[in-house]
Ligand binder design. Sequence first.
Ligand code: 5AD
Ligand code: SF4
Length: 462
Amino acid sequence: MNDFDSDMAAGLLKKEGHEIVQDDDSADVILFNTCSVRQHAEDRVLGQLAELKGEKKKRPDLVIGVMGCMVENYKTKFFADYPHVDILIGTRSIPELPKAIETVRTERRQVLELAKTGFGYELLEMPRLEGKFHAYLPIMTGCDKVCSFCIVPYVRGREISRPLREVADEVRRLAEIGVKHVTLLGQNVNSYGKTVASGESVSADFATLLRAVSKVPGIEKIGFTTSHPEDASEELFQAIRDEDKISRRFHLPLQSGSDFILERMKRDHTLAEYRKKIDRMRELIPDIAVTTDIIVGFPGETDADYEATKKALADIQFDGAFIFKYSPRPHTAAARWEDSMPMDEKNRRNNELLNLQKEITKRKNQTWLGRTVKVMVEDMSKKSREEVLARTWQEKKVVFKGSGTLIGSSLRVRLEQVFDETYRAEVVSIPPPPRADHSGRPAKTGASSSSERAGTKEFQPE
Ligand code: 5AD
Ligand code: SF4
């Protein structure tokens, strides 16, 4: 979601004639897109903002802006603590960014934009995606759940979905400009359609949306993130089973293997209910790769609770897991509970689970060796100019011999070896040479540099 927001901000600014540069020295405007999920991410931004104080003294015309969740979290307190910040843009106000920069420059005043209603992405222009094969596409935003550790409902607001027709139109437009792979985004995409934006009466669930997007010609791969166990439905699993464009990686946060902790986390499910979903998903879609998020050191987590989480990881055998140390967040219920576990112990639990999962991932990855699978080529390999980097439908990384002309195409490869979670493969079938696509224009096969490519990230979290 944050990558999408950064992309959108860059696109809007480019459209206004701004140029995107990566170094602070040559920039007239420095923007921070921020995340509030854990304290660590906030601390890094605050540190960098403090460092810019001197720069702003030297260059008073420098415009400094902060976007995203931290703005919703701190609001005007930001201006009080960091008076050299000029612009604060909340999570649903990114389209206001170009105007805000203009206002600072012409009126020399600070600008705060917070919008708690609406989607914030309407009328999105997409020139920034020309020549790219992958696009993020938000289908809903906000979250109506109240997980007791999570700041998201406070900084992203109430849940709201974009109408199905609007999403389908946007996917068609993306396909027309050459996009082949879309990643549907939302805090809880599984509850898509429960609260629809702009008064639209058509209500559809996420399974229906996935089936509709699968029908769009030109789109070859569809990913989505992130899911919630309570809303991950039988219909959704059936849609994935039936539509082979849909990615076979399902990220389903478990958070803890202890029912006592799950209850305190207000996750609305037990471990047994979670397992039932995974078992059913694996039954219907045998080639599905399941990944998860785990929090260690949640207030009240005893040794026995932690052992239950360890056992759940060993039993469920995820393909991958993010392990987080609990971090108390303002506004949340858990922040009022005692967070008494020493950091050393949180670190120990974190490392132990990381090591356990690493072994499981390694074993699972080996079971794929010798198989022929479909992959989509995403980039050149970082290590060799003669190799390309692709991902399987399970979102596992694969390298093999090939040139930049393959970027964005799907082909079949045989997985020969695996090192550090990356496979080495042999090509089995090469895609046909470039030809006119459904839009009547030549198919795009040119290499795109990794900086302009909106590539998928490892297990993108909520
Ligand atoms: N502390 C630690 N991890 C958290 N997450 C969300 N809030 C917190 C917190 N307060 C983790 C959850 C979620 C992922 C995106 O971040 O595991 O699924
Ligand atoms: Fe919503 Fe996910 Fe946060 Fe729970 S963890 S409140 S489902 S965003």
